[in-house]
Design a protein around this ligand. Structure first.
Ligand code: AMP
Ligand code: MN
Ligand code: MN
Ligand code: MN
Length: 298
């Protein structure tokens, strides 16, 4: 059912619960498998009403997607987003920025620094993989990434395609995951910097997939306390394949720390396990992150 109308979207605080909303997705401007146009087509086929594109440290897909939506006159509201990699206490924490102004200067300055950090790390990963007996992987990963953000997912794909490992996950487990032979410490910005820039660009800052960092309960709470101190806005409480207990735990953190709640598939490419908008429903007790946008969207 596609209930979107301009009136509904004018007032984000009163969104119809039946709207399909997905606030976390990727294109081939970073490590997604679909172009922005293909992603929009898929979202349209799945009758997604509101979609955020949140590529890793880039906003390059958003103008393309927005033009395509206009050209095809599709009933999709696009939310301008980004997923910023940060380092906190040795953990790589992803901060999603939603409803950001794409023209903001500070945002572009941060993106430039993050891209430099990505490039430096990619070269170093390439060197380490060469020492592991896999030459030329940097260049192939670079070619695969094209003009987009180069990520470890590109390296994983190359090693998998070359038949060195039996799955993409194995590349992380054996080589490029934290603590493995070809892991390189990244020079990402801090959580505080990411939140500040997202706010400067008028957006909301969200801790992406809090359950995926392998943090103990104690460390997860520390992360949320830090995020709150840094004026963060929301936690992703609804993701695909999340156990109800995990969702309730995240929801309780939201309530305890006065944070809003976000939801998204973190779609990268079509798979059996998850897809755009699938199984995403905001719990009743949560205050959705889009309540923060009631006045800023038209
Ligand atoms: P990067 O941001 O360059 O560190 O790349 C991380 C990306 O690789 C994530 O956004 C995921 O899409 C993908 N990925 C797949 N498996 C893993 C894993 N086990 N650990 C971290 N990233 C993974
Ligand atoms: Mn990714
Ligand atoms: Mn992420
Ligand atoms: Mn993501």
């Amino acid at each position: 059912m596609n209930l979107m109308s301009t009136a509904v979207l004018d007032d984000f605080a009163n969104l119809a619960p039946s709207l399909r909303i997905d606030l976390h997705s990727h294109t081939n401007c970073s490590d997604g498998g679909l172009s922005p146009e293909e992603l929009i087509d898929r979202a349209s086929n799945f009758q997604i009403d509101i979609l955020a594109i949140t590529d890793h440290d880039t906003v390059a897909g958003l103008d393309i997607a927005s033009q395509y939506i206009t050209e095809k006159n599709l009933p999709i509201k696009l939310i301008n987003g980004i997923e910023i990699s940060t380092v906190w206490q040795g953990f790589e924490i992803h901060i999603v920025g939603l409803n950001i102004d794409l023209k903001n200067k500070q945002l572009h300055q941060l993106i430039e620094l993050q891209q430099e950090a990505r490039e430096t790390r990619a070269v170093a990963i390439g060197d380490k993989l060469a020492s592991c007996g896999f030459p030329d992987v940097y260049q192939k990963a670079k070619d695969l990434a094209g003009t987009g953000s180069i990520t470890r997912a590109h390296f994983a794909k190359i090693l998998f395609q070359q038949g060195h490992v039996s799955s993409l996950q194995k590349v992380f487990d054996k080589y490029i995951g934290k603590g493995q032979r070809a892991y390189v410490k990244p020079n990402w910005c801090s959580i505080k910097q990411a939140v500040e820039v997202i706010h400067a660009a008028g957006g909301s800052a969200v801790i992406a997939h809090p359950i995926r960092y392998d943090l103990s309960g104690k460390w997860l709470r520390r992360l949320i306390v830090q995020f709150k101190e840094d004026s963060g806005d929301a936690l992703e409480v609804v993701l695909p394949q999340m156990a109800p207990q995990q969702r309730d735990l995240m929801l309780n953190y939201c309530l305890e720390y006065g944070l809003h709640a976000s939801m998204g598939s973190d779609f990268h490419y079509p798979s059996k396990w998850s897809d755009l908008g699938r199984n995403l429903r905001m719990p009743e007790r949560a205050t959705p992150v889009w309540h923060l946008w009631a006045e800023s969207i038209n």
